[in-house]
Design a protein around this ligand. Structure first.
Ligand code: F1P
Length: 292
């Protein structure tokens, strides 16, 4: 199969992460100030990025940060700012939520200028250089995370260097697996959910995801020879051995977990190609979900 849009978009991530970090000084005023109570919302991939950022921000001591899928925002809670992540700016749940929250302090992070979500957000940060032609999101999501991590003080150049390494890691026989379960801890739980969504979207592949400590509480029953248990970041102590004892293959890369996600994205695309699927145009999916 010919190279796809998603191949090029995956490869460009270290560069778009650096671009996001360079953009930070011009957009930082629209991002949550330390001490603000913040909710972060998104749908699909954007929700998983919201989850990762929420854990990172709270862990950095910047204040209470909750993540919600757009449809489940708890109207009973008070936040100082709501950050919405939407590549397209057209996702119905996000447009409706931002409209309902007016005139509250809301910030939309998007790839597209002049969208319906931008029309109802109090502030908008545009990352047009991270927009994508593939329906499956890769670089918009991770570039948003790079911007948010830069704002928390993370060294994005170091993450990008790990990203370059991740692009060169051989996938070996991984794409011959029958099933994969991704695990994460803390901020990488969102990355594990995202890795699993990528493999489902791009390759219609059986992928699950859990917080690493919860994996023993049932999901480990799925592990067997021919299946993968793939940790984004270090797994809980002892778990790799317990996985190996089932005959499943334990996978972990010694990289910043955001860079490790690149290996999982490449795995998803490799699976899709192996199955004769076009990862740019997944079955039953559209660029965004726009409800009547
Ligand atoms: C969100 C999203 C994507 C998903 C699918 C449908 O879009 O849920 O994450 O892969 O293509 O739309 P957006 O609000 O970030 O544009």
């Amino acid at each position: 199969m010919l190279p796809t849009h998603v191949d090029a978009e995956i490869t460009s991530q270290p560069a778009t992460w650096r671009q996001a970090a360079e953009l930070l000084p011009t957009v930082a005023g629209a991002l949550p100030a330390p001490g603000e109570r913040v909710a972060v919302v998104g749908c699909g991939t954007s929700w998983f990025i919201a989850m990762s950022y929420a854990v990172l921000r709270e862990g950095a001591g910047h204040g209470v940060t909750d993540a919600f899928v757009g449809s489940e925002y708890p109207g009973s809670r008070e936040y100082d700012r709501v950050v919405a992540i939407s590549r397209s700016g057209t996702t119905t749940e996000i447009v409706e939520l931002l409209a309902a929250l007016r005139p509250a302090a809301t910030t939309l992070i998007t790839a597209v200028e002049g969208s319906p979500a931008a029309a109802v957000a109090a502030a908008t940060i545009e990352l047009p250089f991270a927009d994508e032609r593939s329906v499956v999101q890769t670089r918009f999501a991770t570039t948003t995370l790079a911007l948010l991590r830069a704002h928390l003080g993370d060294d994005i150049d170091a993450v990008a260097r790990d990203g370059e390494e991740a692009l060169a890691i051989p996938l070996d026989g991984l794409a011959a697996a029958e099933q994969v379960t991704f695990l994460g801890r803390g901020w990488t739980v969102g990355l594990a959910y995202e890795a699993a969504l990528k493999t489902r979207e791009a390759a219609q592949f059986w992928a699950e995801a859990y917080p690493g400590m919860d994996y023993r509480h049932g999901p480990i029953a799925i592990a067997q020879p021919g299946r993968l248990v793939w940790s984004l970041g270090p797994a809980p102590e002892g778990l790799p051995d317990e996985v190996s004892a089932t005959g499943a293959t334990y996978v972990e890369h010694d990289l910043d977990p955001q860079a490790g996600l690149i290996v999982a994205q490449r795995f998803a695309v490799a699976l899709a190609k192996e199955r004769g699927l076009d990862p740019d145009r997944p079955r039953a999916l559209t660029r965004s979900v726009i409800l009547a």
